[in-house]
Design a protein around this ligand. Structure first.
Ligand code: IPM
Ligand code: MG
Length: 357
């Protein structure tokens, strides 16, 4: 089969990790007799430098014309002074919205080989955990009304959390469907004891739950969820939550797996085209030093093959190659902790994964 993939390498370590994932995709294409055509587009700080804007129209058009998008990361201190509307991060929100990607799947599982990298105690981790965070991605406070106004204490800034029944239902369905394919357990996380938008969220989820009698459904307040994730992560399987709560909880979930450098994500909408990216950022402190862990991006590419192209065997092969390399003891700098292991560079671990493939 032949697919066109738009590459948004972005800033910081973005180019290094995307190059690694491209090498893995090319090897996979060779092995299974497919053809992937890659077209790079600018996004984020590099796009600001080249065009003045973080999300040029050409990038949006290129992504819309592609079969899927692979993204590295955006942002860095160089662009911190940009006005809110022209920041690199704004491009990420813009492309998610332009492609209609309202679902963000963020799996967080503990690799047995990385058990020691997790900060959690053995009795908490037990034989491991495997969570799927379903984050709403094009609504809520990230996209609500915002601005400056005169308030009780003088000038103030505000952002608004708003959710419609339609938005809650469509992300809810994705989560219930995902629960049906996994262990039939779903926890919806909100702040319904305080927020009106959360009360509508909860009410809508409860209604949906009636359509999925086989799913063991529960609700949890977000503050409790933040605590439960480190107290007993094994109680969760699929989690569904709003845009901002999902942003925060997915970073927490990644940390208990050992490294944020391992976590992939898939952003999807109504189309089969999705956008695939690591959940970590551009790590400007190590950019250009060949130290980054490319595994989250490589695993994101595997998700692209599975979810957008229907190539499950190919996705499994990539995931197995990553497993094999970790089981053989190879680590990047973020994964060595205070062990004696000599870390591999980004290109070295990529080579190991290519060999394993
Ligand atoms: C993420 C990131 C982004 C987000 C930022 C960079 C806009 O933190 O994908 O988790 O908040 O969605
Ligand atoms: Mg985040």
């Amino acid at each position: 089969m032949e697919f066109n993939i738009a590459l948004l390498k972005g800033d910081g370590i973005g180019p290094e990790i995307v190059d690694s994932a491209v090498a893995v995709l090319e090897k996979t294409a060779d092995k299974f007799g497919h053809k992937f055509n890659f077209t790079p587009y600018l996004i984020g700080g590099c796009a600001i430098d080249a065009t003045g804007k973080p999300l040029p129209q050409e990038t949006v058009d290129g992504c819309l014309a592609s079969d899927s998008v692979l993204l590295g990361a955006v942002g860095g201190p160089k662009w911190d002074d940009q006005p809110g509307d022209n920041r690199p991060e704004k491009a990420l929100l813009g492309i998610r919205e332009a492609l209609g990607l309202y679902t963000n799947l963020r799996p967080a599982k503990l690799y047995p080989a990385l058990r020691n990298a997790s900060p959690l105690k053995d009795e908490i981790v037990g034989d491991g955990f495997d969570l799927m965070i379903v984050r709403e991605l094009t609504g809520g406070i990230y996209f609500g009304d915002r601005g400056y106004r005169h308030g009780k204490y003088g000038e103030e800034a505000y952002d608004t959390e708003a959710y419609s029944v339609t938005e809650i239902e469509r992300i809810g369905r994705v989560a219930f469907d995902s629960a049906m394919k996994r262990s039939k357990k779903l926890c919806s996380i909100d702040k319904a004891n305080v927020l009106e938008s959360s009360r509508l969220w909860r009410k809508t989820m409860h209604k949906l739950a009636e359509e999925y009698p086989e799913v063991e459904y529960s609700d949890m307040f977000v503050d409790n969820a933040a605590m439960q994730l480190v107290r007993n992560p094994r109680q969760f399987d699929v989690i569904v939550t709003s845009n901002m709560f999902g942003d925060i909880l997915s970073d927490e979930a990644s940390q208990i797996t050992g490294s944020i450098g391992m976590l992939a994500s898939a952003s999807m909408g109504a189309a089969t085209r999705g956008m695939y990216e690591p959940i970590h950022g551009s790590a400007p402190d190590i950019a250009g030093q060949n130290k980054a862990n490319p595994i989250a991006t490589i695993l994101s590419a595997a998700m692209m093959l599975r979810f957008s192209f229907g190539l499950s065997a190919e996705a499994n092969a990539i995931e197995k190659a990553v497993d094999d390399v970790l089981n053989a003891g190879w680590r990047t700098a973020d994964l060595v902790g205070n062990s004696e292991v000599e870390p591999l560079t980004c290109t070295e671990i990529t080579e190991k994964i290519l060999e394993a493939l």
